[in-house]
Design a protein around this ligand. Structure first.
Ligand code: PLP
Length: 390
């Protein structure tokens, strides 16, 4: 499969220009076909050996594919439904004391806020918020100040969903580990959009979705736990499949791998689709995907900057960003821009909670130059209409 094939493998309703992959991506036909194939297969008797066994083997193949994609060992990968699962595993796996400090950033998604806010209410932990700034040096200086308070954990995004900033995660991990502080990275906006390498980053935990830049089925995702951190997290939710050994009298030995967090009956057809999506990217070549995203977002940013008054919030170089491009136009509410683009131009962009002015564009390899043209023409028209009213 080649990069150019992707556009023909997806079908977007009503011809919309779809810039919301950071929320959920559309799904390529091979992914849909794979899910349907496994659904049909399982439906013939999920408990029959000739169906159960290949399905279980398929799950391990997907685990190996996910592990390869993030440069980890399969034993370090839990397969699950979304980014937020991994955040909850960490949040519920540490024995918290009142006053323990967790560092978040001021750009985190509710999924990387609510589990921690909940711990504030349940156990009296305290939160600190690192100010996301495109000035890397300033960000690291503030981090040093926060680390001096001896927090237990840092839980921040690899790529900010609110500005598109790619964080200097290696530097963050190095600093945190010098202070014996654990690091959980939220990879929802990075996995599939930029290189993600657990060996290079060195973080303790990494959590990600399959339904965004990977273009896998809705409700697929994974959680990486570094091998030597496995016993630092208590497993709060466990059940059938979590165990290596058990008996009928209370004996329990959990798997010596991230599989211990998986339990019960699960939707394995969707996981097959996740694997198919990863196979697609393997065939195309990750470097081709990243090169495409770089070129497209470079061009988009340059074009946006020619619109009078528009303020680009995302750093210009791809090396400091990803597929996300965020901007605002003073005096033009984000809701107005997004609504106009949707209704008049058939362009889907997104707004951000608690931020009335910024618009987020998530570009991916299926977006065309015609999509970009429609987006830019729409924004220009909205700006002109606003100018005429003043
Ligand atoms: C940075 C970030 N974290 C977490 C999430 C939640 O993802 P999920 O629904 O896969 O848990 C999102 C979703 O957009 C996100 O952007």
């Amino acid at each position: 499969m080649e990069l150019a094939d992707i556009r023909n493998l997806i079908s977007i309703s009503d011809g919309y220009a779809y810039f919301q992959t950071g929320g959920f991506s559309p799904k390529p036909q091979p992914v849909i076909d794979e899910v349907v194939r496994w659904l049909r297969f399982q439906a013939q008797g999920p408990a029959l050996q000739q169906i159960f066994n290949p399905t279980a083997e398929m799950l391990e193949t997907v685990r190996a594919q996910v592990a390869a994609a993030v440069h980890a060992s399969p034993d370090e990968i839990m397969l699950n439904e979304n980014t937020t699962v991994g955040i909850n595993i960490v949040a519920s796996g540490i024995t918290w004391q009142p006053g323990d400090i967790v560092i978040l950033s001021d750009h985190e998604h509710p999924g990387n806020r609510i589990p921690w806010y909940n711990l504030v209410q349940r156990f009296g932990i305290q939160l600190r918020f690192l100010s996301m700034t495109n000035d890397e040096e300033m960000l690291l200086v503030e981090l040093d100040t926060l680390l001096a308070e001896k927090p237990r954990l840092i839980a921040v995004s690899h790529v900010s969903r609110r500005s598109g900033l790619r964080l200097p995660v290696q530097a963050i991990v190095e600093r945190a580990h010098t202070h014996s502080v654990l690091v959980l990275l939220d990879g929802a906006q990075s996995f599939g959009a930029i290189p993600v390498n657990m060996q290079e980053i060195g973080c303790d935990f990494y959590t990600f979705s399959g339904h965004k830049y990977i273009m896998g089925p809705q409700a697929t995702g994974g959680f990486f736990i570094r091998k030597d951190r496995l016993n630092d997290l208590a497993a709060s939710w466990v059940g059938s499949h979590s165990q290596k050994e058990m008996d009928m009298h209370g004996k329990l030995v959990l798997h010596e791998s991230a599989r211990r967090f998986e339990f019960g009956t699960r939707n394995l057809a969707d996981q097959a689709g996740f694997g198919r999506a990863l196979q697609m990217w393997e065939e195309i070549g990750w470097s081709n995907v990243f090169a495409w995203i770089k070129t497209y977002t470079d061009q988009l940013k340059q074009a946006l900057l020619t619109i009078p008054g528009l303020v680009l919030e995302t750093p210009l170089p791809y090396s400091k960003s990803s597929g996300t491009v965020v901007f605002h136009i003073p005096d033009l509410p984000a809701e107005h821009i997004a609504h106009q683009l949707y209704e008049e131009d058939r362009v889907l962009v997104s707004t951000l909670e608690f931020n009335p002015r910024s618009i987020r564009i998530s570009a991916h390899v299926f977006n065309t130059s015609e999509d970009a043209e429609r987006l830019l023409t729409g924004i220009q028209r909205i700006v002109q209409q606003q100018g005429a009213k003043l």
